[in-house]
Design a protein around this ligand. Structure first.
Ligand SMILES: Nc1ncnc2c1ncn2[C@@H]1O[C@H](COP(=O)(O)OP(=O)(O)OP(=O)(O)O)[C@@H](O)[C@H]1O
Length: 263
């Protein structure tokens, strides 16, 4: 039996980083990941460790320095932009260039891989867009211009657009960076439900470590000494969280399943 087909993402000996004319800056190397569909994955690690770099590499926004990435059993580099748009939706942290698009138009653009060449929205497209607005509680923003939104509102609208794209894989770089506690928990719960109810695979990078420990099915832990991926409870049991921050200020408390401040 072909077991590789079961992985929505498979990564072998991946090196990520940046190449300039003078040198290669390797941010992380020898990364290996096998991820099955239907999981909420939280990518954790301290500032500047390489989380965005990894997510951009997995989504073909920037090239790998070495190694292989497979999405749905196909080599990433062989996937066309059209294949990718039908397979994964991506929410990055960069702010949109100012545009006079309305929120409805922005979210509807999520349907672009599926509409015909003039972008005609069918009843089915409209129904999917409607659900995306409802799930993210952003219906009231539909007629606003994108440039009028607060950072937090824009973040929710970008999640709505990803939902409208209706792909099996959704990747979000710090989707709750600008949200208050209520909206942060709300967004985590929404993403968790999408993974469990609709069998979507959702990967987010986040600094909401304690929330991730409560809600993520899988964790990807990045530290300067190693990269570990796997089931959240298994990683807690194996004491893998201790390496995450390398700090005298906080310690992982195994019985609470949380990081606590050293008093
Ligand atoms: N375009 C770039 N060119 C060169 N180096 C970069 C570039 N973008 C990021 N880096 C470097 O790569 C490293 C990892 O950055 P990255 O943004 O991936 O970290 P991160 O874990 O997402 O950080 P944060 O949690 O602060 O968002 C950093 O040292 C950063 O300076």
């Amino acid at each position: 039996m072909d077991t590789a087909a079961k992985h929505i993402i498979k990564v072998s000996n991946l090196s990520i980083g940046y190449t300039s004319k003078k040198e290669q800056n390797v941010i992380a190397s020898n990364l290996n990941i096998e991820l099955k569909p239907g999981n909420l994955v939280c990518l954790l690690g301290k500032n500047g460790i390489g989380k965005s770099t990894l997510l951009r590499t997995l989504t073909k926004v920037q090239p790998a320095l070495d190694g292989e990435v497979y999405i749905n059993n196909k080599k990433l580099e062989a996937l066309t932009n059209f294949d990718l748009a039908k397979t994964l939706s991506l929410v990055l942290t960069e702010r949109l260039p100012d545009s006079s698009l309305t929120v409805f138009e922005l979210v509807a653009l999520g349907r672009q891989p599926f509409t015909n060449w003039i972008g005609y929205l069918t009843n089915n497209d409209m129904a999917i867009i409607q659900v995306a607005f409802e799930k993210t509680n952003t219906q009231h923003l539909m007629n606003s211009k994108c440039y009028e939104l607060s950072d937090g509102q824009l973040q929710k609208v970008m999640i709505a657009r990803a939902l409208a794209q209706d792909t099996p894989l959704i990747i979000l770089d710090e989707p709750t960076a600008h949200l208050d506690l209520h909206h942060t928990v709300n967004t985590f719960t929404l993403l968790k439900n999408l993974a469990s109810e609709f069998n979507k695979t959702i990967i987010i990078s986040t600094h909401q470590t304690n929330l991730a420990l409560q809600l993520a099915d899988e964790l990807w832990l990045m530290s300067s000494s190693k990269f570990v991926s796997g089931n959240t409870n298994v990683l807690i049991e194996k004491d893998e969280l201790n390496f995450l921050f390398d700090s005298d200020l906080i310690t992982f408390n195994k019985s609470l399943k949380q990081f606590t401040i050293n008093q």
